[in-house]
Design a protein around this ligand. Structure first.
Ligand code: CUA
Length: 342
């Protein structure tokens, strides 16, 4: 049926093109296990390449033996002898016992040593980061042990270059999984349990991460970014983020803050320095300094933010942010206020 085949073929081509584009995009946007950006991912990549090389060698060996068996002409007229049976037994022992042992034991040792190398470092320096998984965003808290220094942000993890940062992983609802392919392997966030992982980046840059455990309708839109900064820039960032939100100085900002506080936003969000102290949604104290909204779903621009506030369910169906009816003037004031929270 040519009519049916046409669209199917073009759909297959379209899917293949999408997959190829996806792979290319993964290579380019800092999200590839094959381009490690830190010691954790490097060890995983080493193991991966070793296993690929060994598996390829075994595949070629088996293929060679198979071709030999298919092309070798044995004489069917000759009866089987005791020597033949001994030769068969030797093949079974060599191929079924000796070869797997010789291959699997070194691989097991290498895997165990990789696992040991991926254990969280004991001597990592402060701050420690606590990341809580939420449907469907990441609550990121920096803590030094002194509550006055603690700060919260969302969906972005800033780290200093060149040293390991320990991360405690928790979940408030279902099981999520923290994965930054270029920096570290996956680790689950399990309700009622604290798991520990760490990340370290060798050079400054942005590394993409995402939730790697299906956690509901918007699992695919639960992304985050790891932003590695030189030590001095990281210290500056940390100091800026610890400050409460900037005081509003203009009338648009004041109007926007009033809209924020009276329209229901403050029931879920915190803006430090204002009466808004709720924690079921992302902390917005320095919202305008973040690059995306809705956990990597949209770039953090005024237009996208307007669309998000006007109808969050159209952009990320099932998320917990309700649609709040606002007059155009109220929306503009709110956008101006949120845009000032640098
Ligand atoms: Cu969280 Cu998938």
């Amino acid at each position: 049926m040519p009519t049916a085949r046409g669209p199917t073929t073009s759909r297959t081509r379209y899917r293949l093109a999408l997959m190829a584009a996806g792979l290319l995009a993964c290579e380019q946007n800092g999200q590839s296990v094959l381009h490690p950006g830190g010691p954790g991912a490097e060890r995983i990549a080493e193991l991966w390449w070793l296993m690929l090389a060994v598996a390829t060698a075994i595949f070629l060996l088996v293929l060679g033996v198979l071709i030999r068996a298919m092309t070798h002409k044995g004489s069917e007229a000759e009866p089987r002898t005791v020597t033949d049976d001994r030769a068969h037994t030797k093949w079974v022992l060599a191929g079924g016992v000796a070869l797997p042992t010789v291959i699997l034991v070194p691989l097991l040792i290498f895997t165990l040593s990789t696992l040991a190398g991926l254990m969280p470092p004991k001597d990592s320096t402060a701050p420690e980061v606590v990341i809580a998984g939420r449907q469907w965003w990441w609550d990121v808290q920096y803590t030094t042990g002194d509550p006055r220094d603690d700060l919260r942000t969302a969906n972005e993890l800033h780290i200093p270059v060149g040293r390991p940062i320990r991360i405690q992983l928790r979940s408030h609802d279902v099981i999520h999984s923290f994965w930054v392919p270029s920096l570290q392997g996956k680790m689950d966030l399990v309700p009622g349990q604290v798991n520990t992982t760490w990340v370290q980046a060798d050079s400054a840059g942005v590394y993409r991460g995402e939730c790697a455990e299906y956690c509901g309708l918007q699992h695919a839109r639960m992304q985050f970014r790891v932003i590695a900064l030189p030590e001095a820039e990281f210290a500056t960032w940390l100091a800026e983020q610890r400050k409460p939100a900037r005081a509003v100085s203009d009338s648009a900002g004041r109007a926007g803050q009033a809209v924020f506080l009276r329209s229901g936003c403050a029931f879920c969000h915190t803006i430090r320095g204002t009466p808004a102290r709720a924690t079921s949604g992302p902390d917005l104290t320095h919202f305008a300094s973040r690059s995306t909204i809705a956990a990597g779903t949209l770039p953090n621009t005024r237009g996208h933010l307007a669309g998000w506030i006007s109808n969050p369910q159209a952009i990320k169906p099932g998320n917990l942010m309700p649609r709040i009816p606002l007059q155009p003037a109220e929306l503009h004031a709110l956008l101006a206020y949120l845009g000032s929270l640098r």
